[in-house]
Design a protein around this ligand. Structure first.
Ligand SMILES: [Zn+2]
Length: 283
């Protein structure tokens, strides 16, 4: 299958190991709607907007990576706009907000480029990682400095199956075992889950909930090598959109490095007047 994206033909084959194999658009992309009780204000896990020192460093970093500087992320909301609680976990593709913010996520964990660690340490842009054990087990340590920068590691299953074709107990195994592994490796238990390929069914929600996960995270835009694929016809970012990217390197990106792909993505965000906020502060 071919996807025409920003003047570029991307073959399905190239994407086959990623979330967006064949299509960047999950079948259903409902807007978040919490069914549980209101979440308590969460002071933890948030990042205050940078002070002057951090802002200066960031401006130099933006120059270095040739990205138009972004405004610091606004202060996190006192009450998260996506509520999670005791009910069925919400499926979230975008967060209700009026702020010109988007959320950046990186999936799978195949590429382990040290320059990406340097880049994100310099730019101080928050992101969320959804990692699959089969793909990261060759080097769990790579992701620890990224985590230390304040970025969360979340659940993307043990082996990256299409969960729609699995029984509920098999789904539970894929999700719960990965919870245990990620806790053992990285010291914190994931709250958020992304189903591989964006494929899910009712059993996925039940299984994820039973594993302690609070929300299923999909996306509105998918970053390819040079440009984003937009689900909406206007081909623009909207406030609160979640963007999918991958840990992919030259072998998956036709020779392009992960840092080049990431810089292309951040330029597209910055050029539309958006900045990046931390997903866990809103869900
Ligand atoms: Zn994936």
């Amino acid at each position: 299958m071919h996807i025409k994206a920003a003047g570029l033909i991307v073959t399905g084959l190239v994407l086959v190991t990623g979330c967006s194999a064949g299509s960047s658009s999950p079948k259903a992309a409902p807007t978040a709607s919490g069914t549980g009780p209101a979440a308590a204000p969460s002071p933890g896990g948030s990042t205050a907007p940078g002070d002057d020192g951090a802002a200066a460093g960031t401006a130099a970093a933006f120059r270095k990576w040739k990205i138009k500087p972004m405004a610091p992320a606004p202060a996190p909301p006192k009450v998260k706009p996506v509520r999670t609680g005791s009910g069925v976990p919400p499926v979230v593709s975008d967060v209700p907000t009026k702020e010109k913010i988007v959320f950046v996520t990186f999936d799978d964990g195949a590429e382990k480029d040290p320059k990406f660690v340097t880049m994100m340490g310099e730019l101080k842009i928050p992101f969320t990682m959804f990692l699959t054990d089969d793909i990261i087990r060759s080097d769990y340590g790579y992701f620890k400095p990224l985590q230390k920068l304040g970025n969360s590691i979340m659940n993307h299953t043990l082996t990256h199956p299409n969960l729609r074709t699995e029984s509920e107990s098999a789904q539970r195994h894929e999700i719960c075992t990965q919870q245990t592994k990620l806790k053992a490796e990285y010291g914190s238990t994931p709250r958020l889950f992304r189903p591989p390929y964006g494929n899910l069914n009712e059993a996925t929600k039940t299984a994820a909930k039973s594993c302690g996960l609070q929300a299923l995270i999909l996306w509105r835009e998918s970053m390819q090598i040079k440009g984003m694929q937009y689900q909406r016809g206007d081909k623009k970012l909207h406030p609160g959109d979640i963007i999918l990217a991958h840990f992919r390197g030259p072998s998956e990106l036709k020779g392009t490095s992960m840092t080049t792909m990431t810089a292309n993505m951040l330029r597209e965000i910055s050029d539309q007047g958006f900045t990046v906020a931390r997903l866990e502060d809103y869900v």
